[in-house]
Ligand binder design. Sequence first.
Ligand code: MG
Ligand code: MG
Length: 283
Amino acid sequence: MVQIKTPEQIAKMREAGLVVAAIHAATREAAVPGATTRDLDEVARKVIADHGAKSNFLGYGGFPATICTSVNEVVVHGIPDDKTVLKDGDIISIDCGAIVDGWHGDAAYTAFVGTGHAPELVELSRVTEESMWAGIAAMKTGNRLVDVSRAIETYIKRQPRPAVGDHSLGRYGIIEDYGGHGIGTEMHMDPHLLNYVSRKRGKGPKLVPGFCLAIEPMVSLGTPRTEVLEDDWTVITTDGTWSSHWEHSVAVTEEGPLVLTAVDGGKAKLAELGVTAAPDPLA
Ligand code: MG
Ligand code: MG
């Protein structure tokens, strides 16, 4: 069953989404060489407390922190700690969420630590982010879930192959073991969103106003395959190639997609793609 939200409930999810956007802004500033991933977790914890919100990551299935910090070959679910010190040239994907009045937000981004990153890393993050936006642009009434999956996959597959480099095998791997999800009164709800089209799955539910999804492509510079480390959380690529993760929580509305976790509701980026974003319900 897919949970369909009223406009009032979407406005609550927008509040949660803006807290997530504030965590992104604060952690982005703090992700500098010399910082530990625990430092970033502390920054996030404070932003959530300052907003009077709650973390939906802390304690989720026993997860011990407020954000996931996934460095380099770590795809998702990296646990912040004191021994992971960020170095110039690293990339880090930060995933986090917040709850306001029982409504959830969830979003992730990849940041560059320091300067001087190899062009294939810059391109990896760009391709992953843009594939997310292609999926977001497909969040309109009349489409089905598979249209979002197809938009993400098609975008990635149309890109020129990345250069072979220290952290790259010269191709993009669309991670298959993880994907997006419905979101609302819980962080993870039906339906599951694949980042590729599977012949084994049907077209999925119709997208209607009030349908909310967290759209989150994960892409590597090599394999689509992953494994989980002994801590039962940290997900790495099986070939050690580096990876990127981008995510936004998005609502379908009568007036177009509303990107709940983007400061501007997705307006500027969607305009570039020829799509009109819904007006911000809190504006
Ligand atoms: Mg997330
Ligand atoms: Mg998610």
